[in-house]
Design a protein around this ligand. Structure first.
Ligand code: KIV
Length: 258
């Protein structure tokens, strides 16, 4: 097994080598360590943290200190994987705030950052990359815009959205991104983007033709039974297994006579 540390450059090079990127999210020490032990090359401390760990209704509530806290926990696993962290909502509105926020996450242990947007954040991306922080793009459905967009809608269904995705992907490549997450993009447009850009596309609900796939780990493991998603079929029913084990343990404790 290859034990060399995974860098942003190594993720970028996977496209040329024809190796798919299988990426997952983690928010703490044990999950990062487990994912790393099975060889996941890119681990994202996503701001999905807000919903899947912190109980917020969406990602716009996640603060920089919450991200730092969870990045520190994940980084203590010292993964071989590239550890990427999401820049939280409104923490990259200007070049100065983007560079300063990215460097805070790096100080907490991140090795690259991700933010949502294309041409609109190209200057910020250029600034962060110039300051030495590798950048992962995120196009398509942008969860930090869920309130103004009125929900989680698939992107690329009409020509203006299609053209905007192409222009945004080009802008991110030009600004120095090492890969791009495509979230809820039509399979046809995701395939076109994948053929167009020289860096890996990593899809989530964007069809099979991306250069890699990413999932929110608790969704993959069936840890959140209170909602279901079209783009992910849980491979485990962790929530039900936990309930069963806890119920049995509780009955065992209660059965012991004084
Ligand atoms: O925050 C997150 O977990 C993400 C993934 C959905 C890619 O951005």
């Amino acid at each position: 097994m290859n034990t060399a540390k995974v860098t942003a450059e190594a993720i970028r090079a996977m496209k040329g080598r024809g190796v798919k990127v299988a990426a997952l999210t983690a928010y703490d020490f044990p999950m990062t360590r487990l994912l790393d032990e099975v060889g996941i090359p890119l681990i994202l401390v996503g701001d999905s943290l807000g919903m899947v760990v912190l109980g917020y209704p969406d990602t716009t509530h996640v603060t920089m200190s919450e991200m730092e806290h969870h990045v520190r926990a994940a980084a203590r696993a010292k993964p071989r994987a590239l550890l990427v962290a999401d820049l939280p909502y409104q923490s990259y509105d200007t070049v100065e705030s983007a560079v300063s926020s990215a460097n805070r996450l790096v100080a907490a242990g991140a090795e690259a950052v991700k933010a949502e947007g294309g041409a609109d954040i190209a200057e910020q991306v250029r600034g962060m990359v110039a300051s030495g922080v590798p950048f992962l793009g995120h196009l398509g459905m942008l969860p930090q815009h869920v309130i103004e967009e009125g929900g989680y809608h698939v992107k690329g269904k009409n020509e203006p959205e299609h053209q905007r995705l192409l222009a945004d992907a080009d802008a991110l490549v030009k600004a120095g991104a090492f890969a791009i997450v495509l979230e809820l993009v039509t399979a046809r447009v995701a395939k076109e983007l994948t053929q167009r850009v020289p860096i890996p596309t990593i899809g989530i609900g964007a069809g099979p033709d991306c250069d890699g796939q990413i999932l929110v780990t608790p969704d993959l493991l069936g840890m959140l039974p209170w909602y279901s998603l079209k783009h992910v079929k849980p491979k485990l029913n962790a929530a039900e297994q936990m309930r069963t084990v806890v119920k049995e343990w509780k009955l065992g404790v209660e059965a012991v006579k004084r």
